[in-house]
Every structure is written in structure tokens, then in C-alpha cells.
Write a protein that binds this ligand. Structure first.
Ligand SMILES: *Cc1c(COP(=O)(O)O)cnc(C)c1O
Length: 471
């Protein structure tokens, strides 16, 4: 394409006003804000301008009418993508159940209904209906969480990072917190134990070596200015080989000896033992409480399978202090979180029910035979839509993600797609940019669709999305 031809093409692009006047756009203007439609037209024009400049415009006729049609179609697509909202559903075919970039846990039906009911209705969020007086938004969750975990008291905040910040600010501001060198974790970029510690005004005292920390290491660090002994679950890595971690029970003994509280930041904090489903044995929140930890923190949207939240469970005298801390107001949960979390926690009244009804636990415990059926269904549908590709069902591995079970590899069943005309990488990118957007993996020149995290109702859509790119 010569430079002149490119310039000619650019001149034939319609003006924004011209597009707006078209009857097809009038339909959009009837249901969407004008500013949003104008923005979509501008984006479509900018995209086409870019394609012309690199000689990749699909309009080879250089007709003005063709350009008008092209821009209108692009605009309709842009606005049509979930009504123009930037936050939209994604099909997760990565097999990573707790994918932080994809929003972590999916809510159960019960939790979804609870959010729905409370979101668009007034509620007794901070009202005691018996007395007519002001109530606490934390109360309903507190009773559910204490009966479940065995803790004396509980508090819920915006996320687990905020929970850790609140505990440290309340119990250790201006004083020392003793932590093992092997537990100074970073979780996803901005949450690092040393930095949260600095933010809280507590002073970090590191003890032991990266691979070994003994109770005596803590003992030697304790002085008059020590406020807290902290144990952090190494959620996203494992130190293996020549290692020694001081256990919670050993820390609790030390805490009793020196009258110091012991905190355990569990991160993913599971409420049930999942080892009978072949997952590694991890201590549950109940076990840590029973072992005598004074304060335990964990996330609502990791293994618990609920909304984003941070849960603090532990002794009443410490939780009471946290309830009075000015920071609490800045990190408090909103009504939709309270609704979803209360409903999620209710599922745990029956352990079998929780495994069946919470999507995170369903996915985590799905039997291979079930995954094989789902994969066969998906593969069949991809072949049926006429995708130009080799399609095979194979065994693979996936991880849990979200800082849970760092060393566990789950057996996976994947649909492997080797496209005939384009590369697997191009297919992956096209699926990501499609509507619905699909996230997948590429390995050895093939696209892998891991069905563990794909919901049943998404299978037809997913097959159609693949067919659309490589038919
Ligand atoms: C995930 C995690 C956090 C942060 O929790 P968020 O809910 O993501 O804020 C803190 N500590 C540990 C050990 C974690 O695994």
C-alpha cells in the first residue's frame, strides 16, 4: 500500500457527526448515554486509522460507504460488549480456581440471591429491629463465624490485607512484632509483610534463618517492648528440604510464658479439611483457634469461597479493641459483602452441602470422570462448529492459585486445540479479546482449555467463541 493510497483511505473515513446521524446508531442512542456512543465511535475510528496506517485495513474498495458501514459495525460491537461496561464476565479456561486477576471465588447461588435482595433494597444493616436502636453491621457475621470457627469473637473487614493491618495497628503500634525470616511473604505485588508492618507503625523483628526458625529464636528476641508473636502462612511458596518451622502450638506456649498474644495470618484459611479429596493437609481455621492462637486472619474470597473480605477471629478482648480502632471505619465492609458472606458461611453448617454448593469447593473436588465428560462435550462442540483445528482431550495439571496450596498440582483434563491456519498464540489473543472474553493457556504450540474452571452453562458459548475465530 502506497503512502498516497493510505492518505486517500484516511480522508474517506466518516466524521463522528456523520456516524451519529445514521439510523443504525439512532437505535443505540435510544438505550445508551450519548457520551458512551460517541466514545465508541471515536474508538472505532481510531482503530481503523491505525489499521490504515499499517496497511491492514479490511476495506480494500476505498469506498466511503464501506467505511461508514465498517465504523458503524465496529461501534455496534464496542457498545454491544456487555452494554459498554468495562467490567464484564470472562470465561476462565485456565484451570486456576482462585485467579486473582479474574476475581477469585465465584459466589454460590445462595450468596448471589442474598446480594441481589440486599443490593436494591433498604436493610437492617446497622439497625437492631428488636430495639429500634442502632445496631452493628458486624453482628450477624460475628455469631455465624464464631460458631463455625470456635473463636470467642470475630470481625470482618474489606480484605485480608486490611485485616492484618488492623490487627497490627491495634495490638502492636509503636512496639515490636516477632516474625520468622522464612515468613516475610509478598502476596501479589503490594502486600508484603514488612511493608504492612511499617504502615501499621509496628516494628518488625526478624528471627531465625530463611529455612529454619526454632522457638529459642523467638525467645531470644522477646523483650519489654514486644507486643505480638506473628506466624504467617507461606501461602504462595514452600521452603522445602532442610527446614524447621516453629509451630503454632510452640508459639502459643511461648506466648503464654511471656503473656504475649499470638497471631496467625492464614491467608487462604480453609474451614474444612480437604485432604480427603487428595489435597495436601492444611490446618483449618478451627484447628489454629483450637491450638490456642489469639488472633487469626484469613480471606473471604480464597478457599472460603465467598466475597472479597478479611476475617479476624480470636479472643474477645483483642477483637473488642479492634472494633474501637479508628482504622476500622476506613476498611469496613459494605452491605453486599455482608449479605454474600453471611450466606456463604451458612453453607458450612453442613460440610457436605458446602462442598456441593460453593463453586470453589466444587471445582477443587471435582472428580476426574466429571471433568472428562465436560471436556468430551466441549471438544465435540468445537468440532461441530467446524473449527479448522486438531482437537483432542488430554490429561494435564493445574494449580489452585490465589495463594492456596502452593505446591499442589491438581490433575486436569484439557481440550487441546491446534489451529490449522493461525498460531495458538493468535487464537489465545483473539479469544481474550472476544465477547465473551476467554482466558486460556498455550503450551507446545497448542491452545489448552482446562474445563475445571469452566461452568457447565459456558460450554456452548466457549465452543462458539473458538469456532468464531478459526472457522
Ligand atoms: C492472600 C493473603 C493475604 C492478602 O489477602 P487479601 O484478601 O488478598 O487482601 C495476606 N496474607 C496471606 C498469608 C495471604 O495468603
Amino acid at each position: 500500500m502506497s503512502k498516497e493510497a493510505g492518505q486517500r483511505q484516511l480522508r474517506r473515513l466518516p466524521a463522528v457527526d456523520e456516524v451519529l446521524k445514521d439510523g443504525r446508531i439512532a437505535g443505540l442512542l435510544a438505550v445508551h448515554p450519548r457520551g458512551m456512543v460517541v466514545e465508541a465511535i471515536r474508538a472505532s475510528l481510531a482503530e481503523e486509522r491505525r489499521l490504515i496506517l499499517i496497511g491492514a485495513s479490511s476495506n480494500k474498495d476505498l469506498e466511503e460507504q464501506c467505511y461508514l458501514d465498517l465504523i458503524i459495525n465496529k461501534t455496534l460491537t464496542v457498545v454491544g460488549k456487555s452494554a459498554g461496561l468495562k467490567l464484564r464476565p470472562v470465561i476462565n479456561a485456565t484451570g486456576v480456581i482462585l485467579h486473582t486477576n479474574l476475581g477469585r471465588a465465584l459466589l454460590s447461588d445462595r450468596a448471589k440471591q442474598a446480594v441481589n435482595r440486599i443490593a436494591s433494597s433498604y436493610s437492617n444493616l446497622e439497625l437492631n429491629l428488636d430495639s429500634g436502636r442502632r445496631g452493628s453491621r458486624y453482628a450477624p457475621l460475628e455469631s455465624a463465624l464464631t460458631s463455625l470457627t470456635g473463636a470467642e469473637a470475630a470481625l470482618v473487614v474489606n480484605n485480608n490485607a486490611a485485616a492484618v493491618l488492623l490487627v497490627l495497628s491495634t495490638l502492636a503500634q509503636g512496639r515490636e512484632v516477632v516474625v520468622s525470616r522464612g515468613q516475610l511473604v509478598e502476596i501479589g505485588g503490594s502486600f508484603r509483610i514488612p511493608e504492612v508492618m511499617a504502615q501499621s507503625g509496628a516494628r518488625l523483628v526478624e528471627v531465625g534463618a530463611t529455612n529454619k526458625t526454632y522457638p529459642d529464636d523467638y525467645r531470644r528476641a522477646i523483650n519489654d517492648n514486644t507486643a505480638l508473636l506473628l506466624h504467617v502462612h507461606t501461602s504462595n511458596y514452600r521452603i522445602i528440604g532442610f527446614t524447621r518451622e516453629t509451630t503454632i502450638s510452640e508459639l502459643v506456649d511461648l506466648g503464654r510464658e511471656f503473656s504475649l498474644p499470638v497471631m496467625s495470618d492464614l491467608g487462604s484459611g480453609s474451614l474444612i479439611d480437604l485432604s480427603r479429596f487428595g489435597l495436601p493437609r492444611e490446618p483449618s481455621v478451627q484447628e489454629i483457634i483450637a491450638a490456642g492462637a489469639d488472633v487469626v486472619t484469613f480471606s473471604g474470597d480464597k478457599l472460603l469461597g465467598g466475597p472479597q473480605a478479611g476475617i479476624v477471629a480470636g479472643r474477645k478482648n483483642y477483637i473488642d479493641q479492634m472494633k474501637k480502632h479508628p482504622l476500622l471505619r476506613a476498611i469496613r465492609v459494605d452491605k453486599m459483602t455482608v449479605a454474600a458472606l453471611e450466606a456463604t458461611v451458612q453453607e458450612y453448617r453442613d460440610e457436605q452441602g458446602a462442598v456441593q454448593k460453593l463453586p470453589v469447593l466444587q471445582m477443587l473436588t471435582a472428580p476426574i470422570s466429571f471433568l472428562e465428560e465436560k471436556a468430551a462435550d466441549l471438544a465435540g462442540r468445537i468440532r461441530m462448529v467446524g473449527a479448522k483445528a486438531e482437537v483432542a482431550v488430554e490429561q494435564g495439571v493445574s494449580t489452585v492459585g490465589g495463594g492456596a496450596y502452593p505446591t499442589a498440582e491438581l490433575p486436569a483434563v484439557v481440550v487441546a486445540v491446534a489451529p490449522a491456519m493461525i498460531s495458538a498464540g493468535d487464537l489465545q489473543a483473539a479469544l481474550r479479546q472476544g465477547d465473551p472474553a476467554v482466558m486460556s493457556r498455550v503450551q507446545g504450540g497448542r491452545l489448552l482449555l482446562d474445563v475445571r474452571t469452566v461452568r457447565d452453562q459456558e460450554i456452548p458459548e466457549l465452543a462458539a467463541a473458538v469456532g468464531k475465530v478459526i472457522k
